[in-house]
Design a protein around this ligand. Sequence first.
Ligand SMILES: [Zn+2]
Ligand SMILES: [Zn+2]
Ligand SMILES: [Zn+2]
Length: 353
Amino acid sequence: MAAAPDLGSGAERRGGSSPFTRTLKPESKIRVFLCPFFSNFKLMLVNFKIIFIYFFSLLIFLEIRSQTQQPYILVLGVAQDGGYPHLGCEKNCCNMAWKNDSLKRSVVSLALIDPATKKWWLFEATPDMKEQVNYFKTLTKGEYDYLPAGIFLTHAHIGHYTGLMQLGREVMNAKEVLVYVLPKMKLFLETNGPWSQLVSLKNISLKNLNTDSVLKLNSQLSVETFTVPHRDKFSETAGFKIMTTAKKYPFIPDIDKWQKWNKSIVKEVESVDLAFVDATFNEISELKNRKAKEVPHPFVSETMQLFTTSDPKTKAKLFFIHFNHTNPLMWDKSAKEKVEKAGFNLAKQGAKL
Ligand SMILES: [Zn+2]
Ligand SMILES: [Zn+2]
Ligand SMILES: [Zn+2]
């Protein structure tokens, strides 16, 4: 015979009730009462975890998305007007690049890219523009229009505007590409062939910039134009401050000397995020057959000297660009390391900044 079930003590039993009916202690009652709550609570906890993970992942996704939507700059060229190697140079500086295509560098140029609107702008129309537009297409995997939404030109020296010829009837026969220029540069293009033909055939549409004014490209991007002292024979020389919602990038590829400018380059760099500045020559010793007066530029050594007392954060904002073929910062590893160890940067072709 099976043992009678343990019905607990007499105190737990109540008269008249089935022997299998258990009368529970008050705490057990609470447990039973709370049981559905606890199981619901457990379920809630699991749900909460799922919701938390979902929202956390969503936040990460949105953050990554917003970062990939941030405007940025691509460096399309770093050399002085003649590019690297230089026509007529058979010295060591250029010989290595004549022999090795991977060492060749294009003339100074930047692309400003806005992933949110899928638009881009070109700074300088260099003699290498054909390669640079294609280089841009490669770097950005063909996600943007082939031609930029606009081209900004600093001045009328050959490295900075002659690429416009690629837009003419002889080549692309482009339609009204916007070209942003200061007034003297505009007049130069309008009144001198072959550039005037680009204007009359409407291959390009010139847009006037004003000194010390800001042009808004869209809600995320604007460009401030200013002038800098340079050999201004055919046009004035512009510098641009590219401004995105995240960063400010001044671009001054050509200037005679910092001391001739009405602004302090040190203060300017302190107030921005990243500055591209004239690095035509590293030292005066490079100018063997040229008079420094004929081709004045701040030597990189001079620019570095101006920042001697600046903190490392400020120094790291400087990106040297517009290297002449004679400048060892173009081709000499130890010279490059010296500048980088001092806390400055050398603009690299293809860099995303
Ligand atoms: Zn130049
Ligand atoms: Zn050379
Ligand atoms: Zn120049």
